[in-house]
Design a protein around this ligand. Structure first.
Ligand code: GLA
Length: 730
């Protein structure tokens, strides 16, 4: 059992295979304290770590120093307004406008398995795979109850957390902040790791020292965003792939978030993660309950690589639900970079015919198939086929594509409304906008008010009726602008502060309904590239479009940051044409294929127009995908070298769980004159097993490959790459 309650010390120990997390109840007032998180330890009772014996901090014995107590005590779920001046996890607005809140222990329950979170994506596991602890807490002055929920995934070394708050007061109480997790620790000279970015430059890895004060990653954009990511880690200064300590925190949510580290006066750090309090005000009437999204935590003292593999395993086994998570995805060709808005049935069928010859398996029709949409100024919301472009509509197009032997997929941007649309002419009040103020347009469009159930139903039917009309097997669900002008024409004044979160809940509801009605549908989320690449979305779609930047070299950095915390099976990656549409770079077709191979793999080009020499390489790339995809989807990922760090070359690999084979991808960026060959050590192999370097007569023991390594000769030219397949011999 991963969770033990020690009755004598009133403490809870949550053990995974390699980590321990200990909570202790302190003092007569039953404060809930955080004793320890880190490498696995043997003792149950770690309440001495709460340091309540250090006079004069015991509050019931020395009321004079109560404030000092609150400001130092390592608290499990910090309240607000009573003396703890560090960032609190929860804040309220009471009928008398007071803001203070403090939760103390009332009881607990430990059980096998894990409950779902109502309306929210969350990790799941059977009774054999995880255990849960519910800590019941209350603020008896307010009549507010909180349940702190912890689940322990022993094998993956992961602990998840969530909280629900219930109002037992006859008066409404407003929650103005409810974070999902807070962890207090002594600072060990940590650095903070986060992922920053921009459109076409998502999830670049950043390290910064933890300094006094608060440093955070956050989004107020209504989505997880291109710019910041709902992930932070605290790592020791010496962190490397296979060395050093790291605590990772990842938020299973797709809206505004705050992920923060605060270093305080006593050299302690507090990590806090949850929905950003900006613009958040949730009214709780009597007996209403608010549940926050989940935070995933993992600790490793064997480097970043272990953190990465823990998260990959957790997401593959306990978050992604789609039946496709265990399947090879059809190799698709998407017409966005091929045609943009300029296409018709004939053009699509030409692409499909040529694609079929090369072994591609699905055609995806991107933006521009509906209403009068010939550019991005119009028609979002009018999800009716443009018969001028597609005579005979979807039934004809899809059946022709199927006859060619390809599956068919389609693009939607369901959450949006163009002011130039029939929908807007009929329902301008359905757009998020502030009365009397002209709403800010972005990409010429506005966002639908998904807090309104009538709008949600409209959106659902619009998408579902298209899917019912033809044999459509894939949907790319896009979201091409962030939220502004926050105001709902539907919500009452005292619930306007609920709009951001209700919006996200409605997106989840829509995707839940969609995947229920169409269980075999392959759903790919997307947001102007990778602005909604987050664990919340993974619960609904097994893959997410990584970035609008399809340049193989830019992708090295984007995919490195993404793979730091997400399984390769989730990373949407395509081969596109050159000069690349985002950066104008020309790279070899082979390298574009090799870089896309460790993602979902597909094409995003006009296959009828690319050079014959490129097209001729597609069948071999398709064959490589079929050969390696089981390994890529299921194996253990190892980062071997990082181009973003060394500025010269990139190298990563995937080793089968049973260590029977490994695939190494090596990309040399700019070639250098007078350059020596390079030595690459391959981690994760079976030391005593012999591996053949496929295509050569070289055979080495795993320990040789892991320690002495392989020699890679200089590759001639810029942007060259190489695949190395190591095949274990019996
Ligand atoms: C977003 C997506 C692209 C494409 C366009 C269509 O930018 O990321 O892949 O679908 O929208 O408008």
């Amino acid at each position: 059992m991963g969770i033990v309650f020690n009755e004598d010390s009133l403490s809870f120990k949550l053990d995974t295979d390699n980590t321990s997390y200990v909570i202790g109840i302190a003092d007569e007032e039953k404060f809930i304290g955080h004793c320890y998180y880190g490498a696995r330890v043997s003792d149950d009772d770690l309440t001495y770590m709460l340091r309540t014996a250090e006079a004069p901090f015991v509050p019931s014995k020395n009321a004079r120093e109560r404030g000092s107590f609150f400001d130092l005590f390592p608290v499990e779920y910090p309240g607000n307004g009573l003396g703890d001046y560090r960032e609190g996890a929860v804040e309220v607005r009471c009928p008398n406008q007071s803001r203070a809140v403090n939760f103390t222990y009332k009881g607990h329950n430990i059980y096998a398995g894990k409950k779902a979170l109502p309306g929210l994506p969350a990790t799941f596991g059977s009774e054999n795979e995880c255990q849960s602890l519910e800590l019941y807490a209350e603020d008896s002055v307010l009549g507010l109850e909180a349940t702190l929920v912890y689940s322990v995934f022993e094998k993956e070394d992961v602990i998840t957390r969530s909280v629900s708050v219930t109002n037992r007061n006859s008066e409404p109480i407003h929650l103005t902040k409810v974070m999902s997790a807070s962890v207090d620790m002594d600072d060990e000279d940590y650095q903070m790791i986060s992922l920053h970015g921009s459109w076409a430059r998502e999830r670049q890895i950043e390290y910064r020292p933890v300094a006094y004060g608060r440093q955070n990653a956050a989004s107020f954009k209504g989505e997880s965003s291109h710019q910041e990511h709902p992930f932070i880690a605290l790592a020791s200064k010496d962190i490397a792939q296979d060395y050093g300590k790291v605590y990772a925190f990842h938020f299973v949510y797709s809206g505004n978030f705050l992920a923060q580290v605060e270093k305080g006066q006593f050299d302690t750090v507090r990590v806090i993660m949850g929905i950003h309090p900006y613009g958040f005000d949730w009214k709780l009437d009597k007996d209403e309950c608010f549940t926050v999204p989940e935070v995933v935590m993992t600790f490793s003292d064997t480097g970043l690589g272990t953190m990465t593999r823990n998260l990959h395993d957790l997401y593959r086994n306990h978050l992604i639900r789609s039946p496709y998570k265990d399947r090879k995805r059809p190799i698709l060709i998407n017409n966005w970079e091929a045609t943009y808005f300029d296409f018709n049935t004939e053009k699509l069928l030409d692409i499909a015919r040529e694609a079929k010859k090369c072994g591609i398996e699905m055609l995806v029709m991107d933006d521009g198939w509906f209403g009068h949409r010939n550019d991005d100024s119009t028609s979002l919301g009018d999800w009716k086929v443009n018969e001028e472009k597609l005579p005979g509509g979807l039934p004809y197009l899809v059946s022709e594509v199927n006859k060619i032997g390809l599956k068919f997929g389609i693009w939607f941007e369901p959450e949006m409304i163009s002011p130039e649309s029939d929908l807007y002419r009929e329902h301008s009040d359905w757009a998020i906008s502030i009365p009397g103020r002209e709403a800010t347009r972005s990409r010429n469009q506005l966002v639908l008010d998904l807090s309104n159930p009538e709008v949600v139903d409209y959106v659902y039917e619009a998408v579902a009726s298209v899917l019912r009309s033809a044999n459509i097997e894939y949907v790319k669900w896009d979201m091409n602008r962030q939220l502004t002008d926050l105001h709902s024409n539907y919500l009452p004044d005292d619930r306007q502060g609920e709009l951001y979160h209700r919006y996200v809940l409605a997106v989840y509801e829509l995707q839940e309904r969609l995947t229920k009605e169409f269980p075999e549908l392959l759903l790919e989320n997307c947001s102007g590239g990778g602005a909604r690449f987050d664990p919340g979305m993974l619960y609904y779609s097994p893959q997410i479009w990584c970035s609008d930047d399809t340049d193989a070299i830019e992708r090295l950095k984007i995919q490195e940051g993404t793979a730091l915390i997400y399984p390769l099976s989730a990373m949407g990656a395509h081969v596109s044409d050159c000069p690349n549409h985002t950066v104008g770079r020309v790279t070899p077709f082979e390298t574009r294929g090799n870089v896309a191979l460790c993602g979902t793999f597909g094409y995003e080009l006009d296959i009828t127009k690319i050079p014959e020499s490129d097209r001729a390489q597609i069948p071999a790339q398709v064959a490589a995908y079929h050969k390696y995809n089981d390994l890529v989807r299921n194996g253990d990922y190892y980062r071997i070298a990082s181009y973003s760090e060394n500025k010269i070359y990139d190298c990563y690999g995937v080793v089968a769980k049973d260590k029977s084979e490994a695939l190494i991808i090596y990309v040399s960026v700019l070639n250098r004159p007078n350059f020596h060959s390079r030595r690459i050590c391959v981690p994760g192999l079976d030391a005593k097993k012999r591996y053949r370097v496929e295509g050569t007569d070289q055979v080495f023991y795993g320990d040789t490959l892991m320690n002495a390594g392989l020699i890679i000769l200089n590759l001639w030219g810029d942007f060259q790459s190489k695949l190395i397949h190591l095949v274990g011999e019996d």
